[in-house]
Design a protein around this ligand. Structure first.
Ligand code: MRU
Length: 342
């Protein structure tokens, strides 16, 4: 299942705000439409945001009508700035924009039409690479999963959050595909309900047994012995292993430690921010109050209530049993082992 599809200069996205009750698509034929789709979470999940950003830049570049090479690069830079400003936390977005912009810079001596073609090819390449990376990551991670395991996951780090297959759900898929019986517990993931709306839907589509629970039930099921391990995705990993992921992930990690349950992060290397040493430097997106006070337009809280809505939290490295990447499984000390990936 792919949340995005690029054809004839148009990016088609599954509108993830409408799942699970409606499977509808949004068509983006300008970079501004692509940017809004990221901000409005029509597409979401770190790797999917990165590749969508790359397609947005390719679409934007194709429409540039500049007289000189310098003017072309200046307009491209402006497009990159707009795409960069869509969401702050997932580093895959910035990684993808840098890769696209550098592709243009490396070919600055070519004529703009050639650069436009190169940018489209680069975005398509990143899309294909993402699927391969998730499969490799899934295969490494599946070795940590035994037959009969019940796995708790938080948010949606599945096919919908990537170009296909998923990261945390990629590990689960790979374990299932290697013949193991796997059960999943999906946290609903308030306030945006990625677990209830997306993970539950995606796993049902794929025939993987899934039980939906409210976020505040995770501790109960861990304590009662129902959960064998936790696997989550990531939006940005510092070089010491501190990991930003969907709000609530930190609480799950602390509960897992209390209950002696392994807590795994599954993420591509593009989610590692090699420029930061700890999670303290990770910018945390604050989203609008209405996501907390309302669900599908229904008001849950009193008018005028003060609301805090950080979209992500940072799990300190000491709670993370291992980080599963396409290059293999990393264990502590993360500082040394992440450095070794460079
Ligand atoms: O706000 P979202 O839905 O974009 O947040 C998504 C997550 O936190 C995912 O767990 C993360 O991006 C990893 S996706 C493979």
């Amino acid at each position: 299942m792919r949340p995005l599809d690029f054809k004839d200069g148009v990016l088609r996205l599954i509108d993830q705000t409408r799942l699970p009750t409606e499977l509808v698509y949004v068509r983006c034929s300008t970079y501004k439409e692509v940017a809004s789709s990221i901000t409005d979470m029509i597409v979401r999940g770190a790797p999917a945001i990165g590749v969508t950003a790359a397609y947005g830049i390719a679409i934007g570049a194709s429409a540039i009508n500049a007289g000189t090479k310098e003017a072309f690069l200046k307009e491209l830079e402006d497009i990159c700035s707009v795409i960069r400003s869509t969401r702050p936390t997932a580093v895959n977005l910035f990684w993808a924009v840098d890769r696209m912009y550098n592709k243009a810079l490396d070919n600055r001596d070519s004529d703009p039409d050639t650069i436009k073609e190169l940018l489209v090819s680069e975005a398509v390449k990143m899309d294909h690479e993402d699927v391969e990376i998730n499969k490799a990551l899934g295969s490494h991670g599946s070795k940590l999963i035994s037959d009969g395991f019940t796995i708790l996951t938080h948010c949606n780090a599945g096919a919908l959050a990537t170009c296909d297959y998923g990261t945390a759900l990629g590990v689960i898929r790979a374990a299932r595909d290697s013949g193991k019986n796997i059960n999943v517990y999906a946290d609903e993931t308030r306030p945006y309900l990625q677990g209830a709306r997306l993970t539950a839907w995606e796993l049902l589509q794929d025939g993987i047994p899934v039980t939906l629970i409210c976020d505040n039930m995770a501790g109960h099921f861990m304590k009662s012995g129902a959960i064998d391990c936790v696997i989550v995705g990531a939006d940005r990993i510092a070089t010491n292993g501190d990991t930003a992921n969907k709000i609530g992930t930190y609480s799950v990690a602390v509960l897992a430690r209390e209950n002696n349950i392994p807590f795994y992060v599954a993420a591509p290397i593009s989610t590692i921010d090699f420029s930061i040493e700890t999670g303290d430097s990770i910018p945390i997106e604050e989203r609008k109050a209405a996501e907390v006070t309302h669900i599908k337009g229904i008001q849950l809280a009193p008018d005028g209530i003060k609301v805090a809505n950080p979209a992500f939290d940072v799990t300190p490295n000491r709670y993370i049993t291992a980080i599963i990447t396409e290059k293999g499984v990393l264990y502590p000390p993360y500082k040394v082992n992440i450095d070794g990936l460079k």
